[in-house]
Design a protein around this ligand. Structure first.
Ligand code: NDP
Length: 486
């Protein structure tokens, strides 16, 4: 099929798939000559129409009994479960993560949908004591109205679901702007939800470049709340643009996630978990491990084993079962990560494995898994989010110094320690500045029932997922009920 014969997926507005102002083409990051999808892009008028639809649908959806909303989400989960293999493969083709990771992400999205479908039937509120002898007081959680959802490309199925499912379960309507790099995954998510029976206008999807529709997406006066995942710079810019209008904002942003390896760690476990944390999804995770802080007694053994394992990783076409590391999502992201390899060279860190010249041949957007030794924690490589398969080893002499270095960046998303010593593990848990802390496992999120998010520059607003999602997607309504006095 030629490019012009490939069907153009529409924008979802008021329950209809509509053509838009233009067409966006998405190519396979492992083979950029291969077209993956063509998708309609919105103009500002389309975005306004999406908000019109979301605002018009809000009263009806708000009044829909919560268990009924849950039924639709359960039906969506069942449809998605039937499509794990197909959508997982499209995800690999579009985003570049391996087939196992793509299918794993879709399977995880099914679990998230099921969890929030169940949440729609959970109690939401409290009965409260009152000083009035005959006064009955309770608080309940009410929907906010129209929620703007902005999602990145790195988990193009799971992240949208973990924002959209709670928004809908708790009675809000949604205008969603997915990343222009993963529009096909967005179409698949929206198809599953609409086929499950979502009424028109409850979910609207507008594709397009931020330069063309960014202001329209974030500028609509009817937005009650905005949830965003992406870079700290973009998230904060959007936050500044909307808070003056009283919009409730939730940001999930970057990370510079450390692991600390103590002398008594299980070496095999520490190496394998660090490898997974740093290299899976080609390091394109906000929770990716990017610094390993290692104590002297285990430093050489840890470094040697890790470097051997990283050097043996199979990089290539993510659709081949044997591949362990796929390409980066785009030429721009590849160039950005390569620019950090140049920074590392300028800063004089010792290249242990990988590097600029180790990427596989071909025209895909690959970067070889790369490890530097003796990284200065104050350097750019020690401080800035790279978002690629790049790990810095940092020498530390004590747990106290390790925690100080771990806390010494602007970020605070996830952190891990490897040790057999419970007392030192507890000391780490107490002192480390991170929203998600692990003992003897990789830096990561997220099960649907567990709050996800970070401290410092890694997040803003309430946590995502689990019971924490209620705090963001609803507001408290307090009710005083007194009997008529006669
Ligand atoms: P951005 O933060 O710029 O983009 C994230 C999302 O926001 C995308 O959907 C993007 O759309 C959208 N967006 C950007 N600007 C606007 C705007 N003005 N109005 C509305 N939506 C907007 O990240 P990038 O994709 O450019 O990646 C750059 C870096 O960000 C990465 O290298 C990484 O460090 C970090 N990042 C962190 C992520 C995380 O999980 N915390 C996820 C992705 C990136 P579009 O894609 O169409 O441009």
């Amino acid at each position: 099929m030629t490019a012009t014969e490939t069907p153009v997926h529409g924008l979802l507005i008021d329950g209809e798939w509509r053509q838009g102002a233009g067409v966006l083409e998405r190519r396979n990051p492992a083979r950029p000559s291969e077209l993956v999808a063509r998708v309609a892009t919105a103009g500002p008028d389309d975005v306004r129409a999406a908000y019109d639809a979301a605002a018009a649908a809000a009263p009806g959806w708000r009044r829909t009994p919560p268990p009924k909303r849950g039924e639709i989400l359960f039906a969506a989960a069942a449809l998605l479960a039937q499509r794990v293999d197909a959508i997982g493969e499209e995800l690999s083709r579009e985003e570049g993560k391996t087939l196992a990771e793509g299918r794993g992400e879709v399977a995880r999205a099914v679990q998230i949908l099921r969890w929030f479908a169940g949440e729609a039937s959970q109690p939401l509120g409290d009965v409260l004591p009152s000083a009035g002898a005959t006064t009955f007081v309770w608080s309940e959680r009410a929907p906010l109205g129209v929620v703007c959802v902005i999602t990145p490309w790195n988990f193009p199925v799971a992240i949208p679901i973990w924002k959209i499912a709670p928004a809908l379960a708790f009675g809000n309507t949604v205008v969603w702007k997915p990343s222009e790099l993963t529009p096909l995954c967005a179409v698949r998510v929206a198809q599953v939800l609409t086929e499950a029976g979502l009424p028109p206008g409850v979910l609207n999807v507008v594709h397009g470049l931020p330069s063309e529709i960014g202001d329209a997406v974030t500028g609509d006066e009817r937005i009650a709340a905005l949830t965003f995942t992406g870079s700290t710079a973009t998230g904060r810019r959007i936050q500044r643009a909307v808070v003056g209008r009283g919009v409730k904002v939730q940001l999930e942003l970057g990370g510079k996630n450390p692991v600390i390896v103590l002398d008594d760690a299980d070496l095999e476990q520490a190496v394998e978990q660090t490898l997974r944390g740093a290299m899976m999804s080609s390091g394109q995770k906000c929770t990716a491990t990017s610094r390993a802080l290692v104590l002297p007694g285990i430093r050489d053994a840890f470094a040697q084993r890790l470097i051997d394992r990283v050097g043996a990783l199979r990089v290539g076409d993510p659709l081949l079962e044997r591949t362990q590391i796929g390409p980066l999502v785009s030429e721009g992201q590849r160039d950005r990560v390569v620019s950090y390899l140049d920074v590392a060279a300028q800063e004089g860190h010792e290249l242990a494995v990988g590097g600029r010249d180790a990427a596989p041949d071909g025209d895909g957007w690959f970067v070889a898994p790369t490890v530097y030794r003796d990284v200065d924690p104050a350097s750019r490589l020690g401080q800035e989010e790279v978002f690629g398969p790049v790990l810095g080893l940092i020498a530390v002499d004590s747990l106290e110094q390790a925690v100080e270095v771990a806390n010494g960046t602007q970020y605070g998303l996830s952190a891990s320690i490897f040790t057999r010593d419970i007392a030192r593990a507890f000391a780490f848990v107490r002192e480390v500045e991170a929203g998600m802390v692990h003992v003897n496992s990789e830096t990561a999120g997220a099960e649907p029932q567990v709050p996800f998010g970070g401290s410092k520059a890694s997040s803003s607003g309430s946590r995502e997922q689990g019971k924490a999602a209620v705090a963001f997607f609803t507001e408290t309504k307090t009710v005083y009920l007194d009997m008529p006095s006669s």
